[in-house]
Design a protein around this ligand. Structure first.
Ligand code: A3P
Length: 280
């Protein structure tokens, strides 16, 4: 198992992200019109990617995650002539400097970390690129300690929250998308400067439902060997349940208390954390 994971700047990456690539990310050539799609794993990245790519009427390329692959990655992305939508699980500090200098638009999707922990537990179990986990209880310990791939959820979120007032970053919540997807789609279109009719919005929402996306993945409409998650290229591992509050089916009352304790401590200076707690 040791060979599945390596550490870079204190964060666990799979061997699908080479140390050479991670080391040279700052050499990456950002373009002013790049759009970054940023998330901690299991936050709804594929859902959001589905929505965003359907919004554009001009050609765009949804690329692989920036941290996936080896040195050839930088050249590969350089050669794309169309506008690039670039997914990443990197925390803010590791993001290539060039994206920050050029003030590229970035969309960060947030999800209740209790649901993320559950989703990630199942992902660990199904995904051969990740180490094996014994029990849910053992996994929750690792999650709370930040001893999981992509590092601590808390640190990831806090690194991005520091930039919540940056005009080029839009923060979205998975739970808001579940509640009112058309509203989020409208918000994204305004942020990206795309004009879109209410009819188009309805159509995008229909095509982006969990059941539609799952079916597309199982049938012919999407490439099952292409994901926007650096941890797998198997889309079939992504569409599991797609609900809010599945944590309630996994957490014992004691585990829930412990999670709340860690959450409250880590998030004590966080302004956005109070938005997250509404589903707790
Ligand atoms: P669950 O494991 O709770 O089902 P990511 O894309 O960042 O890897 O996140 C995957 C999670 O988003 C999974 O959560 C997946 O089911 C959920 N998801 C994917 N597509 C979705 C959709 N169209 N609507 C709601 N949830 C979706």
């Amino acid at each position: 198992e040791a060979e599945l994971i390596h550490q870079f700047k204190g964060i666990s990456f799979t061997t699908r992200s080479s140390p050479e690539l991670l080391n040279s990310l700052d050499a990456f050539d950002a373009r002013e019109d790049d759009v970054l799609l940023v998330s901690y794993p299991k936050s709804g990245t594929h859902w959001l990617a589905g929505v965003i790519t359907k919004l554009y009427k001009t050609p765009v390329t949804l690329t692989n995650p920036i941290e996936l692959g080896d040195m050839s990655k930088l050249e590969e992305l350089n050669q794309l002539s169309s506008k690039r939508i670039i997914p990443t699980h990197l925390d803010y500090n590791m993001l290539p400097q060039n994206f920050k200098n050029k003030k590229c638009k970035m969309i960060y999707i947030i999800r209740n970390p209790k649901d993320i922990a559950v989703s990630m537990y199942h992902y660990y179990k199904e995904n051969p690129n990740l180490p094996t986990v014994d029990t849910w209880t053992a996994f929750l310990d690792l999650f709370l300690e930040g001893d999981v791939v992509c590092g601590s959820w808390f640190d990831h979120f806090l690194s991005w929250e520091e930039h919540k007032n940056d005009k080029n970053i839009l923060f979205l919540f998975y739970e808001d998308m579940k509640k009112n997807l058309p509203k989020t789609v409208k918000e994204i279109s305004i942020f990206l400067g795309i004009s879109i009719s209410d009819e188009d919005i309805q159509d995008i929402c229909k095509k982006s439902s969990f059941s539609e996306m799952k079916r597309d993945t199982e049938k012919e409409n999407s490439d099952p060997s292409h994901t926007v998650c650096a941890l797998t290229s198997n889309r079939k591992l992504i569409f599991r349940k797609g609900t809010v509050g599945d944590w309630k089916n996994h957490f014992t009352p004691k585990q829930n208390l412990r999670f709340d304790e860690v959450f409250n401590e880590k998030m004590k200076f966080s302004k956005m954390a109070k938005n997250l707690t509404y589903e707790f």
